[in-house]
Design a protein around this ligand. Sequence first.
Ligand SMILES: Nc1nc2c(ncn2[C@@H]2O[C@H](COP(=O)(O)OP(=O)(O)OP(=O)(O)O)[C@@H](O)[C@H]2O)c(=O)[nH]1
Length: 316
Amino acid sequence: MNSGQSLAELIPGLTRKPRLMIVDDQTVIIRMLNEIFKNEFEVSMATSGRQALDMCAANPPDIMLLDVTMPDMDGYEVCTALKADNLPEKFPVIFVTGRSDVSDEVRAFEMGAVDFITKPINPVVVHARVRTHVVLKLQQDILRSFAMKDGLTGVTNRRRFDELMQQHWRQAQRDKSPLSLILIDIDHFKQYNDHYGHQAGDKVLRDVANAMRLVLQRPHDSLSRYGGEEFACLLPGTDEAGAAFMAQRLLESVRLLAIPHEFSSSGSLLTISAGIATVIPAVGQTASGLIAAADEQLYCAKHDGRNCVRQVVLSG
Ligand SMILES: Nc1nc2c(ncn2[C@@H]2O[C@H](COP(=O)(O)OP(=O)(O)OP(=O)(O)O)[C@@H](O)[C@H]2O)c(=O)[nH]1
């Protein structure tokens, strides 16, 4: 890798400074590393393993420089805790240590570290290694985000929805908090395609997805393309009243697009129908029940004339 190139040149599409977390109980080391990286990275610092874990939960870095020998919790323990934690993002960890035994090095790799740097720190070496690993990490992030997006509408795809569902389901089980799912389907979309053409149909899918995406405000709310003309809106921490409100806003956002649909039996404009299911998941319950329940409500909304919402609350 050419160290003369800037990180922005190496990672096309990079819109922010990479985040580097330095974890060391010796402030003199932290200061030294900060001097090396402060221009290219957004640097955060922790002086104990516990503090590092708390900071990662709130705002995970893109890469971590982790001291092995620290009081209370050593670097190996931090690494183990990071692996066990359900962090929203994984990131590479480079161990920094005064020990230079082969067994220490082997242990570091076994714990999941990507690299191992020995003290005294050589600024050129540490800089080159951090750059190499952070470029790989950010390139992977970009590829991953492409793999998780629906090519036509730009919202997350079915694969990502499945992941998000599992993630939020487990979180809701732990917190005993409500999780709502809204399944949305465009009304008489086959008629739309048949009369206005497939390209016009594709544009409608994009416009509808964009309009609905703007309705979602909370960071954990998500909209995914669930199937051909079906979307799924996942609302963690949202009860039945909140989900009903959001569903009505989704319907309204599509009505406001005022897309003519002369061949719809539910009005002269394009509309959607929605089925909502809400649950506080119990131990042993699975997410597939929530999806099936929302799907059944969507079927009811279609059956009851379309352009409407039907809802159920499942017992946890
Ligand atoms: N243009 C376009 N059409 C799609 C895409 N994916 C699915 N469709 C179409 O969506 C239509 C779905 O039709 P149906 O399942 O019969 O449902 P509908 O006509 O919307 O009727 P109701 O759901 O009962 O209101 C089919 O014509 C599919 O070809 C896509 O990516 N682009």
